[in-house]
Design a protein around this ligand. Structure first.
Ligand code: MSP
Length: 660
């Protein structure tokens, strides 16, 4: 029996979910729904990666335990998954006992194969990636290729995995299974990486406490990636007393096992993970599908970059389906795509409100006005049906290839065909001329309504809520369109249809943005839209701040929302064509940032180098004269004119120290 198992990465709990995380999860949901719709036995796993240094640090910064932090973030994921109607079968947390048992079982197999040894480990380490890099992978300043963060030289005695031994078997596997990494271009990257030579991998850490103890090595925890990757099998019961699920979905000749990931973690999934599995003598995943990044201002949307787009407001303003649709329609799977609110609203109005919403309400209204319900006669030979046959084939093949934008385009062709058909047959004229009992009228509206029903079934993996609403509009019996037949002729005859509200009421984009701009700069407003240029003055140190009225007091919690840290100015130059602005690069100890400050009238850039200042680090990014600013330098505002005077920090305070 063929089974289909799909997984998302397990997400770190030191960040709240943003559209990047939602995207991979929605993609996995869509694919699993499609396989379920095709009658396969499916399983969908997602979860959280809760160990490691970053989580330890993030929890300490909030004064809570790592597990308390994880509990909070997991709750947020669960809530979001409910909102987005994610139909995962399981949610694994790496702090669960079942996971630890499975990791121990995997490690026992690798140890039995003789693939571990202990040695001294030294290298350039990126704490955000929790990975070591070779010198040639870093830039001149030793910054990591993913986050652009400064790496640090680390040295410790570790357990090593004999990764180098698996270079040849891996290359052979890629050769024999070109479907192992998709899209193809990513396979080429992986092959070239492995051909470049594999170093053995350090898989234990003695400097980190928050992790699974490494069996047989007291004082060491399991390297977070060995721990995390194992989730794909530990969640199936690998290493437990009941491995039935593991056998059904992983270790079985008919089992298809697909990991959906972002390209940032391809190496871990396409090199390290299969090497661990080869060593343990376990089956490899069938395919690792690596998609591109959501970008904002040409940078990966990520917490480290500070340009996150959280789904909350879009969802509350437009519904989760609208965001699901946008993410799947806008990104060609495998390539990067840019997120912008304008693009979102354009698609919302053009594709959802106009093409889909209007087609559905037009056909539904024609049926209701003519018969109070569905027609009483079928129609088997018409242009909508012809269009449907072609569209269904395109949709299916695009879905199998994970070409979601193409699959949606195919469905939109069906909508166009339905509209064209209605316009050419003019059912309103037939009704006028022949009355509502006209067989011709029933047949025309049957063809149109049946087309809409089939579009709703094909849409169900993408926008499940809308798809159900369309079913309700046409009084269709199946509660879940995903369970409905994808064959022509499923529309029930002569069934009363309820009045139904518009699916996607059109949005006045200009008015929407105006209102958003007005609320966007209210303090504490967790908008998904980053500060627009209009908010720029808030970022310039030269802005004079009027004295707060006596009763305008805030709570300590409000104050603590503002994150203040010390920083050293390491670069400074005038912003071209501006008399006021200086572009600064500041060192925060663990990262460098670009900040634009309005101090050019008072300070020469050269005089700023090496000064220690105080910086607000959690301001939303803004662009000043086209230059992105990620924070604000504090300055006193002197006299009537508000002349800025930078607040100096004593030289013995290290950059990055908290100011409170
Ligand atoms: N915990 C590891 C994964 C372990 S899997 C065994 C991890 N977690 S993460 O929280 O950083 O999530 C990374 C994943 O989130 C990416 O691989 C991708 O699936 C998704 N995305 C995060 N930011 C993204 C974009 N800006 N764009 C698209 N997806 C990205 O790495």
């Amino acid at each position: 029996m063929k089974t289909f198992y799909a997984t998302t990465p397990i997400y770190y709990v030191n960040d709240l979910p943003h559209i990047g995380h939602i995207y991979t999860t929605v993609v996995t949901d869509v694919v699993t729904r499609f396989h379920r719709l095709s009658g396969e036995e499916t399983r969908f796993l997602t979860g959280t990666d809760e160990h490691g240094q970053n989580i330890e640090k993030a929890a300490a910064a909030q004064g809570i335990t790592p597990l308390q932090l994880a509990d909070r973030v997991v709750e947020r994921y669960r809530e979001l998954y409910r909102t987005f109607e994610i139909q995962n079968d399981d949610f694994i947390r790496t702090t669960e006992a079942r996971h630890r048992r499975g990791v121990e079982a995997l490690i026992a197999r690798i140890a039995a194969a003789g693939d571990f040894y202990t040695d001294k480990h030294e290298g350039w380490y990126c704490s955000s990636c929790e990975a070591f890099y070779t010198e040639k992978e870093l830039d001149l300043e030793k910054r990591c290729p993913v986050h652009g963060k400064l790496t640090v030289w680390e040295s410790e005695e570790n357990v090593f995995f004999r990764l180098s031994k698996y270079a040849a078997p891996l290359l052979e596997h890629y050769e024999r299974h070109p479907e192992f990494v998709r899209p193809e271009s990513r396979l080429a990257e992986v092959v070239s990486f492995v051909k470049g030579g594999l170093n053995d991998l350090s898989v234990s850490r003695s400097k980190v406490q928050w992790g699974i103890p490494f069996p047989g090595h007291p004082g060491h925890v399991v390297y977070v990636w060995l721990d995390a990757l194992a989730n794909y099998i530990t969640a199936l019961g690998f290493g437990s007393d009941d491995e039935a699920c593991y056998h059904q979905f992983w270790d079985h000749p008919g089992a298809e096992r697909v990991h959906f990931i972002g390209k940032d973690i391809l190496r871990f999934h396409a090199v390290y993970w299969p090497a661990f599995l080869l060593s343990a003598g376990l089956p490899l995943p069938t395919t690792v599908w690596a998609h591109g990044w959501w970008l904002r201002d040409a940078k990966k949307v990520s917490k480290s970059v500070g340009n996150v787009v959280r789904p909350d407001h879009l969802v509350s303003d437009f519904g989760a389906d609208a965001l699901r649709y946008f993410l799947l329609r806008e990104m060609a799977f495998g390539q990067d795509a840019s997120f912008s609110d304008e693009a979102f609203l354009t698609r919302f109005n053009a594709d959802l409100a106009n093409d889909l919403g209007n087609t559905v309400s037009r056909v539904a209204a024609l049926c209701r006005q003519s018969f109070g319900g569905t027609p009483n006669e079928t129609c088997t030979d018409n242009e909508v049906r012809t269009a449907f046959s072609a569209v269904e084939a395109d949709w299916r093949s695009a879905m199998k290839e994970c070409q979601f934008n193409r699959a949606l385009e195919a469905i939109w062709k069906l909508l166009t065909a339905i509209n064209g058909f209605v316009v050419s047959r003019e059912p309103w004229k037939i009704r006028k001329e022949e009355g509502t009992g006209s067989g011709r009228l029933h047949r025309v509206l049957y063809a149109a309504a049946e087309g809409v029903r089939l579009a709703a079934v094909m849409l169900s993996p993408f926008i499940p809520v809308t798809s159900r609403k369309i079913f309700e509009t046409f009084a269709l019996p199946a509660a879940d369109p995903a369970g409905a037949e994808l064959d022509w002729g499923g529309l029930p005859l002569a069934t009363p249809m309820p009045e139904a509200p518009a699916l996607f009421p059109r949005v006045d984009a200009a008015a929407y943005f105006k209102e958003k701009d007005a609320t966007m700069n209210e303090p504490g407003n967790p908008t998904v839209f980053p500060a627009a240029p209009a908010a720029a003055p808030a970022n310039a140190a030269a802005t004079a701040v009027p004295a707060a009225p006596a009763d305008d007091r805030i709570s300590i919690e409000d104050f603590q929302k503002v994150r203040l840290r010390t920083a050293k100015i390491v670069a400074a130059e005038r912003v071209p064509k501006s008399n006021k602005l200086i572009r600064l690069e500041v060192d925060l100890g663990d990262e460098r940032r670009q900040i634009v400050a309005g101090i050019a009238a008072q300070y020469e850039p050269e005089a700023l180098l090496g000064r220690n200042v105080v910086v607000v680090t959690n301001l939303k990014p803004a662009k000043l004269m086209g230059v992105e600013s990620n924070g604000m330098v504090l300055a006193a505002s002197v006299g009537e004119a508000g002349v800025p005077a930078l607040l100096d920090v004593p030289a013995d305070v290290p950059p990055g120290s908290k100011v409170k």
